[in-house]
Design a protein around this ligand. Structure first.
Ligand code: SF4
Length: 161
């Protein structure tokens, strides 16, 4: 049995020309109405005066929900290792072994960075590391094996801090 195909009609907002859809979405947002997915997508095309209207509505909604409150988390980043088996082209974190003094931070270095962060008012520590560098770099494999670790995600010393 054939399935019925939904028909788009003139009253269907997604059938509107892009600019009309943008303006319809803006009008509804300004009136405090919820937007459909099509209308929300239509806002992406806002330019010029439409973009000014969109920013005004967005600013008003932000004020309504959060006022001028800005929050942030004071945390210190602790790069357990900057080696990574992957090659993500956008990555600004991972480095090859030649650019690092050691493949992994020692426990003492981890504690020193954490203490320095605390002295500067940090309340949280964020451990960062690449993905299983031991699968790509022999130096990482050897460093872990010498210390009895089976993998970079199995460093119980850092979990105990
Ligand atoms: S650290 Fe993360 S983003 Fe960078 S290469 Fe590795 S997986 Fe990709």
């Amino acid at each position: 049995m054939a399935e019925a195909t939904p028909q788009r009609t003139r009253s269907d907002p997604s059938s509107l020309p892009p600019r009309a859809l943008t303006r319809r979405a803006l009008s509804r947002a300004e009136a405090g109405k919820a937007l459909s997915v099509d209308e929300a997508e239509g806002l992406i095309a806002a330019r010029g005066q439409d973009l000014d209207r969109l920013m005004l509505v967005a600013s008003g909604l932000r004020e309504l929900g959060h006022g001028s409150t800005i929050t942030y988390s004071r945390k210190v980043f602790i790069p357990l290792t900057m080696l990574c088996r992957d090659h993500c082209h956008y990555c600004t974190f991972a480095k090859p072994p030649a650019k690092l003094e050691r493949p992994f931070l020692s426990l003492e270095e981890v504690v020193a960075i954490a203490e320095a962060g605390r002295a500067l008012g940090c309340k949280e520590a964020l451990f960062t590391l690449g993905d299983r560098p031991e699968e790509r770099y022999p130096v990482a494999r050897e460093w872990l094996a010498e210390r009895g670790y089976s993998g970079s995600s199995r460093r119980p010393d850092c979990c105990r801090i």
